[in-house]
Design a protein around this ligand. Sequence first.
Ligand SMILES: Cc1cc2nc3c(=O)[nH]c(=O)nc-3n(C[C@H](O)[C@H](O)[C@H](O)COP(=O)(O)OP(=O)(O)OC[C@H]3O[C@@H](n4cnc5c(N)ncnc54)[C@H](O)[C@@H]3O)c2cc1C
Length: 421
Amino acid sequence: MVRRHVAVIGAGIVGAACAVELLRDGHQVTILEPGNPGGEQAASYGNGAWLSPSSVVPPSMPGLWRKVPGFLADPLGPLAIRWSYLPRLAPWLARFVRAGSRVARVEATARALRPLVSDAPERHRALAAEAGVPELIERRGLLYIFPTRADFEREALAWRLRRDNGVQWLELDADELRQQEPELDRRYTFGVLVQAGGNCTDPGAYVAALVQHAVGQGAALVRAGATGFRVQAGRLQAVQTAVGEIACDGAVISAGARSRALARAVGDRVPLETERGYHAVIAAPGISPRHPMMPSDGKMAVTMTHGGLRVAGQVELAGLDAAPDWRRAEILRDFALRTFPGLPRDLPANRVKVWMGHRPSTPDALPVIGPARGCADVIHAFGHGHVGLAAGPVTGRLVADLLGGLQPVIDPAPYAASRFR
Ligand SMILES: Cc1cc2nc3c(=O)[nH]c(=O)nc-3n(C[C@H](O)[C@H](O)[C@H](O)COP(=O)(O)OP(=O)(O)OC[C@H]3O[C@@H](n4cnc5c(N)ncnc54)[C@H](O)[C@@H]3O)c2cc1C
């Protein structure tokens, strides 16, 4: 097995998991992160906290193209496109729509997503225990809620993709749903419980704990961003940063939505966009739902976290630099109020914390994991879109296998950057 000095670029969940797995194999590790590991700049901080084996359904599904005019017309819809960003977005958007245009394509995507998420709760449990924070991972199942059974049936293709990929669930009628979730609004009369699902109670603290664990195992943490690579005769010599070069013979690009320029610097043009998302966290909500939930009429994750009731979701295609549109977080808060009548009606602003973050998204909903075209010592590990929290641990294992020359834990072929050439 090859042992290297590996620079891990970015300390969200993906970089943190890569660092832990690389250390496990005896590599020397330097983590480069300009922000706080797991801090608010990272998508890994503010996500819905779902560790979902059922996340095999890509966001682009057959018939989506018909909805694009609506996405442009309604700036506050669950998926919105900013007009001003459309010229830059158009090539990615065309690929995104095409990725979901045929059933056979979304079936292939679901098959490729499956190994990334199928055992996510178990992998997170093991990692969290190793890092000394087992209490941050829960396994209570994940509950999808619908106004009626007919609403569930309208999502037949999505649920078939899940079933075909080994996801099992329990269907709950109105009474059973009421017993499971007595605080839920009565407009929901049908539920689907994926018992194998899990959740994290504080994703930011979890990532920070993994990085602290990595440092405890000998990793160096350098508070700087990577700017490029020095490669000679196809071999990596160093990663360049604002504070000078880090000499190394391996690197991982795990800078989330900001990975595109780094990938380009080692020969791969990846159409990486950001699907911006939001959350609202209601502190001391005075209710205690038993499961994380996803209302079909809101398409948002509602999860109890250490900070309070977190409502996370929305997709806004507006690029990395545009200012947040906080009305979107208010939509999430208001939806929570409609979903749980027991929430206090007169929430003062200081009880609701809002956040916006950047999902790192490829048009085909699959991450980019594997060696860079211009230098095989550099491994891509970004583009996990909607499933990055769940898929972080197996990505970390796969990256360590690839850099160490080991038999890969899962087949990396579907995630190669070469699919975009
Ligand atoms: C609203 C919302 C809800 C979501 N819900 C879920 C969910 O329930 N379950 C799930 O599995 N996924 C969910 N996701 C997706 C998930 O959060 C992301 O896929 C995942 O966090 C991506 O992790 P990452 O480590 O690749 O990137 P990030 O967490 O964004 O981390 C990247 C890190 O790289 C650093 N960085 C950037 N540039 C550089 C550089 N040049 N050099 C060094 N470091 C750099 C950044 O500072 C950052 O800390 C959600 C996302 C959002 C926005």
